[in-house]
Design a protein around this ligand. Structure first.
Ligand SMILES: [Zn+2]
Length: 408
């Protein structure tokens, strides 16, 4: 639904019309005043059956006067990208909505597919997510009874036979439901199988070495697992960012669409950048665990990594950098695809905070002056979310293996 709201810029005092696509929830947005190019921020809150609320410290909601001619209308979209050509138009001009314009570009089938995932994301966020988050919080504190109770209260949870199932695998299944609308199931499964194979190989080759590795892992692994769950749930909880990202991804792979001609007005870079960094860090630290196991499986020496460098577990986990762990992915060619996808467009500078969001161009500006469309960052962000699922898969299989060797 598109709503037309007349507002007055507090900087230049001129009137403009916002054509806001109301998608629900909290919609923080940011755009340039079409007259004075001042930065205008607003926040729309909409929930079904209630009047929406619009707040801003940069403009006031007003009525248009009869003598207001040549008023410019600005199309505000916080979920799907809008073509630059349709962002600023005369308020009198009758034009197709930005969504219809996007459907014409993407085609019916692709749009329907993305919209089905968007609907699923919103419904899961509402119905399942709070239960899964509570269950995860019990689990990461080591309380399996609490985990079970929280899962039983989720929709459908009373039908689950917990006496026949491992509570950890039920939690993992519930997490999997949350990821389903945004991920490539086959690649994720293949990466988990690759990890299971390596773990099995290590156990077969040197069970004693794996057992003592688990003793060494114990505390750091429970901390790592808690961080992995936190990061994953923070990302999965912020569904609006994922929705923009799903559209951005489809647009960037659709032939004939020039993504630089599109923009979303989301005002969320500061929040996303932190989650992106968290995911990057969790994924990198995951390599300290998987790397040790691969060392036993492939080289028969827990200390010797794929790049030929030998180090202790503490060094691998705490006294190195993501850059130095990266070569260890040589032991995991499938998982490497997930890792590489996360920084296809985005540069490491985000980790060093040398990047800012430029609201006028809708780009991320790097310290050396180069720029990148925000939509491409969103695409990488989506891959970062997918990578957190792999980190959780790694933790889950380590949990089973640890139970199996009985060193717990
Ligand atoms: Zn202005």
């Amino acid at each position: 639904m598109v709503s037309r709201i007349a507002v007055q810029c507090r900087q230049c005092g001129k009137h403009l019309v916002l054509r806001i696509t109301i998608s629900g929830g909290h919609q923080p947005f940011l755009f340039a005043c079409p007259y004075c190019r001042s930065e205008l921020r607003g926040r729309l809150s909409a929930s079904p059956g209630k009047p929406f609320g619009l707040e801003s410290e940069d403009f006031d909601v007003t009525d248009l006067q009869d003598n207001d001619t040549d008023v410019i209308a600005v199309a505000i979209n916080t979920d799907f990208p809008v073509s630059l050509s349709s962002i600023e138009q005369s308020a009198e001009e009758i034009s197709i909505t930005p969504f219809i314009a996007l459907v014409m570009e993407l085609g019916d089938d692709v749009t329907m597919e993305v919209m089905a995932n968007v609907e699923a994301l919103r419904a899961l966020r509402e119905e399942i997510f709070p239960h899964v988050r509570r269950a995860s919080s019990y689990f990461t504190r080591g309380d399996l009874n609490g985990t079970r109770n929280a899962l039983q209260k989720a929709p459908g949870g009373d039908a689950v036979d917990f006496s026949a199932l491992n509570v950890v695998s039920v939690l993992s299944h519930a997490m999997g439901l949350l990821y389903a609308p945004i991920e490539d199931q086959s690649l994720r499964t293949e990466a988990a199988e690759e990890w299971a194979k390596t773990l099995g190989e290590a156990l077969r080759k040197d069970k004693l070495a794996v057992e003592s590795l688990f003793v060494e892992f114990e505390k750091p692994l429970s901390e790592h697992r808690a961080r992995a769950f936190d990061t994953a749930l923070n990302m999965l909880g912020a569904v609006d960012s994922l929705i923009s990202a799903l559209f951005a991804e489809r647009m960037s792979i659709t032939p004939g669409i020039d993504i630089d001609r599109y923009r979303v007005m989301r005002d969320d870079f500061d929040a996303l950048k932190i989650r992106y960094q968290d995911a990057f860090e969790v994924a990198s630290r995951t390599l300290a665990f998987t790397g040790r196991v691969a060392n036993i499986a492939h080289r028969g020496d827990v200390r010797e990594h794929a790049d030929g460098i030998a180090c202790s577990f503490n060094q691998a986990l705490n006294r190195t950098t993501a850059y130095k762990r990266e070569p260890w992915l040589a032991d995991f060619p499938v998982a490497k695809k997930l890792y590489d996808a996360m920084k296809r467009n985005t540069r490491n500078d985000i980790g060093h905070r040398l990047v800012r969001y430029d609201f006028e161009s809708g780009t991320l500006k790097y310290e050396d002056g180069s720029a990148e469309n925000y939509l491409l960052f969103l695409e990488d962000y989506l891959h970062a979310v997918r990578l957190t699922h792999h980190a959780l898969d790694v933790c889950e299989l380590l949990w089973y293996a640890n139970e199996a060797v009985g060193s717990k």
